[in-house]
Design a protein around this ligand. Sequence first.
Ligand SMILES: *Cc1c(COP(=O)(O)O)cnc(C)c1O
Length: 337
Amino acid sequence: MPSSDITIRDIYLARKRIAGMVRRTPLVTSSLLTECVGAAVYLKLESLQETGAFKIRGALNKIFSLTEDEKAAGVITASSGNHGRGVAYAARKLGIHAVICLSTRAPKTKVEAIRRLGAEVVVYGKGYDDAAEYTSRLQKERGLTLIHGFDDPFVIAGAGTIGLELLEDLPEIDTAIVPLSGGGALSGIALALKSADPAIRVIGVTMDRAPVMYHSLRAGKPMEMKEEETIADALAGGLFGLTPVNHYTFRMCQQYVDETVLVSEEEIAEAMTFTLEQHHLVVEGAGAVGIAAVLHQRTSKIGQNVVVVVTGGNVDLPLLLKVARSHSGKEADLHPI
Ligand SMILES: *Cc1c(COP(=O)(O)O)cnc(C)c1O
């Protein structure tokens, strides 16, 4: 199926399906970021979403779409944590069995939350890609339905519902800055925004450690890269993982995304601290990359009404405290333009 098969209609259908089960997350102004870049900057706080990340939108939309037989057999996924938590939550709501494969790298807070939701947790391998490989094996052995973390039309459309909320809450939006890993969030949000107005700039931000979609877009084809350890743990992993080919997100990012930029580990840590100190918000590394890109003015162009999507807030407290202790006050070095 070509990626163009996903349309704005799928996003409206997703919204209808998941209505009442996801939070409409707040869109707040950031006066400091506004000062920093000279444009109105807003934060879309998916870190305050049920389960602490946007992934629940896609997981619910996908699981609602399954047949009764598929639901009875159960579902499986590989995850760096947030998608697994979203799937576990959705499965529990619908009373179906979920198997979540995580690597030893998954943060404790994510693993514990998945267990609390009653899912079967399988820990395998040193990173997301290892866990994904094992998941494909288990899926076949046990006849489970695979819930892909990003390369699935229902998952993409679920994330796209964020775009609908942005258009309603800020019709004058002209730039959206979205964290990027496999590209499910970016594809869905970009499709929603570009369907309303192709002139809205959509920018993907990822970490400079093994940024696979970033390099794939430049190479003109989906690439493989060796996963690296990063503070943005939810962004780690390749474009294939659960499937040998990428069906949707690469082409959708090619088609809809205006620019992709990188931020460093240090910049992500600073952005997490900035958000905690200035906005009193707990944001995980992956959720902070857009804020890091704005603080360091990484994008080539920015409009007048800019939304930064803060995708998640699930961070181990000891890590956040360590990061905050070593980075507090640093953003004072940033001079407004
Ligand atoms: C999954 C995730 C992302 C990346 O989403 P993709 O759809 O894989 O690009 C970003 N931030 C957080 C917090 C996530 O959990």
